[in-house]
Design a binder for this molecule. Sequence first.
Ligand code: ATP
Ligand code: MG
Length: 244
Amino acid sequence: MTLPLFTLESVSKSFGKVPVLHDINLSFHPGQVTCIIGASGSGKSTLLRLLNLLEYPTSGIIRFHDAIIHQKGYSVTTLRSKVAMVFQNFHLFPHLNVLQNCMLGPLHVQKRPRDEVEQTSRMYLERVGMKAFIQASPNSLSGGQEQRVAIARALTMQADVLLFDEPTSALDPELVGEVLDVMKSLANEGRTMIIVTHEMAFARDVADRILFLDQGQVVVDGTPQEVLQTSTFPRLQEFLKRYR
Ligand SMILES: Nc1ncnc2c1ncn2[C@@H]1O[C@H](COP(=O)(O)OP(=O)(O)OP(=O)(O)O)[C@@H](O)[C@H]1O
Ligand SMILES: [Mg+2]
């Protein structure tokens, strides 16, 4: 087994007095695609956001490789360039064109050379089928196109891990497939991805592992077959009924 990219040891998170995640113990390995499922409010986004320090744990330890990421002196900027996030609502900059959106972080945060960044951005925009739109404004794109640009932008950061928080749930149904297809092809390349999703068919086909979160705890953790077919955990069965 490879060394884990992330290790969470007894991680808990509360907002004020409200506990949201309890005693999470997990590791994530390179090359693995993990899908996180669970009811609304179960803590899926919070778990994902802890991994790139959009939230800090209340207690416990989160390591990326060997380093404790929430320790004083650890660079959040470095972490975020290794751990890229794709959000439900794309978060593209409306005043920049597609190519500029991809180039911004690598140029200004990572301080990489412009020529290399432009070449890498163009390569990934082509990879997600957006080559023809590099001069376009995000406002002129469909949601599916915007999300594919957001994925290209994350890839341009040359991150070790891609985090996705419900990347298709803001899309019209006819646009979901084009985004899932891009994600599938990335999974087939062996990229490490951690994906919060309600797309059960996608999770079944693409995930190496599925985590079911219930009230802030990982209560089922296994292969798609184990989680989606053979688990007899009552709250999981109840949850899955809504997606069949
Ligand atoms: N910044 C915050 N301040 C206070 N409470 C928060 C904050 N973020 C999340 N919560 C609360 O934490 C709980 C878990 O939220 P989280 O967004 O992680 O759930 P989720 O599983 O992603 O839900 P959904 O499927 O609706 O996106 C919820 O009760 C939510 O209201
Ligand atoms: Mg969420």
